[in-house]
Design a protein around this ligand. Sequence first.
Ligand code: UDP
Ligand code: MG
Length: 323
Amino acid sequence: MSPDPRPALSVVVPAFDEAEVLPVFAARLRPVLDGLAASGLEGYEVLVVDDGSTDATPVLLARLRRQWPQLRVVRLRTNSGHQAALSAGLARARGRDGVVTMDADLQDPPELLPRLLEAAAAGHDVVYAVREDRSVDSVLKRVTAAGFYRLVRTLGGRAREQAGDFRFTSRVVVDTVLGLPEAHRVLRLVVPELGFASATVGYARQARGAGRTKYPLTRMLRLSLDAITGSSTAPLRLATFFGLGGALLTSLLLLYALVSFTFGQTVPGWTSTLAVVAGVGTLQLLCLGVLGEYVGRLYVQAQNRPTYLVASDSLEERDQTRT
Ligand code: UDP
Ligand code: MG
């Protein structure tokens, strides 16, 4: 039997327009991984998922690959978003024992990898890197993140507090995640839901190495909506609650109208009419919006369109040149 050609570990790194930071990232990640390989890790690959970058990222990656054989580049056809890029990376990762996912911008320090693997070796299928210190993040980012995790947990999701997408997942977990039919999976919520044995390793969130954030408010909002509708159907119940509240309010108004009528005070109430029309209208819109969120996702799921398309994989190119 030929030996298993797969490396023991894959490091999946989604990158969108990260040309400025990638050389520094590679320079910091490589010694860590080479060090691990020297002390027993049976091979690794660094799988950078180029999420349709429009800057010099592809050129840079090609250049880096010439000096770093373990670097593998999967390029997506268009910018598909952080989560889709992560999914693409997981689907292609060959890591026999597991996969570490991390950002390319050095906010997730590569030096933490040995500690993640140590915790994994101690028998944990999932090891979360937990941000103990986020002082480098903006106030807006911290406040919205805290609110987001609280909301998800209130709605029944099992988000791990302060854990982003910097984590180790064993091969079993990766295969389980990939087996889920869900298209718009938010990995940081899906992984805790599965219930595998987990551990956490704390770290201080670093400042971005270079470049600007690729997560403007609109993208954060989209991620939150995917996360909330993905982990809970509780918002659908909002419609019922508003409906009940509305019914109560209407009955009271009706009673008031009847009493006024009885006492002959039927002055046309412009204010109350306006309040009712506006109030009910708003609630209806809100409920329709909530319904729309789910219906939209059902539609997208029914379409079953892939969330990403791979344009090239440096591993396959190498294979082709060989044959
Ligand atoms: N990213 C990506 N596709 C996108 C947006 C971001 O692959 O459409 C990558 C990005 O290159 C980085 C990671 O996802 O490696 C996290 O993004 P970023 O650092 O901009 O987010 P922040 O840390 O500001 O939340
Ligand atoms: Mg970042």
